[in-house]
Design a protein around this ligand. Structure first.
Ligand code: FES
Length: 238
C-alpha cells in the first residue's frame, strides 16, 4: 500500500469485516485501513525448524523476507516489554501499533525497506540497520534505533517505527507478528507499505536475483530468519 492508498483506505471503514479477527486480533481488525493481511508464515531457523523466542537474542539484528520472498524485514528482541502506541502520520491519520509479542512482549518486526527512498539490505551491503543500546550511532548519537545511512533517517522500533530524525516522512512499515504455542508467525503489515515503490525501483536487480519479477513477488509462506551480519557482507554504520 502506498501513501495515497493508505489515506484512501483509512476512510474505508466498511471493509472491517473482511479482516480475519482470528488471525490479526480484534484491535487490529478494527482499523482496516492500516492493516493488511498476508499469508500466515512461520518463522524458522536456518535448519528449517521453528524459531523459538529464545532463539531471538536481545538487541541482535535479524532478517527475514515477508510478505514477499524478496522484501526484507527486521526482527528484533528489544529486551523488555514494548507497549502499544498510537502512530500518527503527517496528514493527521492515525493507527495503533500493537507493541511487542512473545512471553515478554519484547519481539517486534518491521519491513527493512527504508520509507524514505527505499534503501534495503542486499547480500552485498546494508545502509539500514539496528543500533543496539551499547552501540550508538556515531553521527546521530542515538541508540536502540533503526538508522538508514543513505540519508540519515532514524526510526524507533519501540514505538511502531516512528520517525525520530532525518528526511523520512512516514514510519517504517510494521510487520504483524503472532506468537502461538511457542512459535512465531508473520501475518500481515501495519502502516504505509513501500512495496510498490520498491518493486518499481529495483525491478532490474530483483529480476537478476530471483529470475523474474513474478518470482520476486511470490508470497512468503515460511520465513527463514538469519542475522543481518550473516546475510549482508557489509553493514554500513554511520
Ligand atoms: S533511503 Fe533511507 S534515509 Fe534515504
Amino acid at each position: 500500500m502506498d501513501r495515497r492508498d493508505f489515506i484512501k483506505a483509512c476512510s474505508t471503514v466498511a471493509i472491517a469485516s473482511m479482516l480475519d479477527k482470528g488471525l490479526i486480533g480484534n484491535a487490529l481488525a478494527s482499523q482496516p485501513g492500516a492493516v493488511k493481511e498476508y499469508e500466515k508464515a512461520l518463522l524458522v531457523k536456518e535448519d528449517g525448524s521453528p524459531l523459538s523466542v529464545e532463539d531471538v537474542k536481545p538487541h541482535t539484528n535479524y532478517l527475514f523476507f515477508y510478505p514477499f520472498v524478496s522484501t526484507p524485514c527486521f526482527l528484533l528482541n528489544l529486551g523488555k516489554s514494548v507497549e502499544p502506541v498510537e502512530v500518527e502520520l503527517t496528514d493527521g491519520s492515525k493507527y495503533k501499533w500493537p507493541g511487542g509479542v512473545g512471553p515478554d512482549g519484547s519481539i517486534v518486526a518491521y519491513s527493512a525497506i527504508c520509507p524514505h527512498q527505499w534503501s534495503y539490505p542486499t547480500k552485498d551491503h546494508t545502509f539500514i540497520s539496528y543500533y543496539s543500546p551499547d552501540q550508538p550511532s556515531k553521527t546521530t548519537k542515538k541508540a536502540g534505533v533503526i538508522q538508514c545511512c543513505a540519508h540519515l533517517s532514524v526510526f524507533d522500533p519501540a514505538t511502531g517505527g516512528k520517525v525520530l530524525d532525518g528526511p523520512a516522512e512516514v514510519p517504517m512499515t510494521a510487520i504483524l507478528l503472532k506468537y502461538e504455542e511457542g512459535k512465531l508467525y508473520a501475518v500481515g503489515t501495519l502502516g504505509v507499505e513501500q512495496f510498490r515503490d520498491f518493486f518499481d525501483m529495483y525491478k532490474k536487480e530483483l529480476r537478476k536475483q530471483y529470475g523474474s519479477s513474478r518470482k520476486a513477488k511470490k508470497k512468503s509462506t515460511k520465513c527463514e530468519v538469519i542475522e543481518v551480519s550473516k546475510y549482508a557482507k557489509e553493514t554500513i554504520k554511520c
